[in-house]
Ligand binder design. Sequence first.
Ligand code: FES
Length: 67
Amino acid sequence: MYVCICNAVTESAIREAAAEGVCSMAELERRTGCSGSCGCCAEMAAQVLHETLVQCAPPHVLLTAAA
Ligand code: FES
């Protein structure tokens, strides 16, 4: 599914970027162009990025982040 129509960035591309170490919207934009044009996709892209980071993070990272 396309998340960013302007730059043809898919949900799977965002998940791949997160799995490869992208952990912020600024990094995601630099890498994929996502949200760099009209910005309409920013909220959805951030949600996909966040979901993926939470799923991929080792448990000790989540505990540290919550503290
Ligand atoms: S839909 Fe992503 S920048 Fe326009």
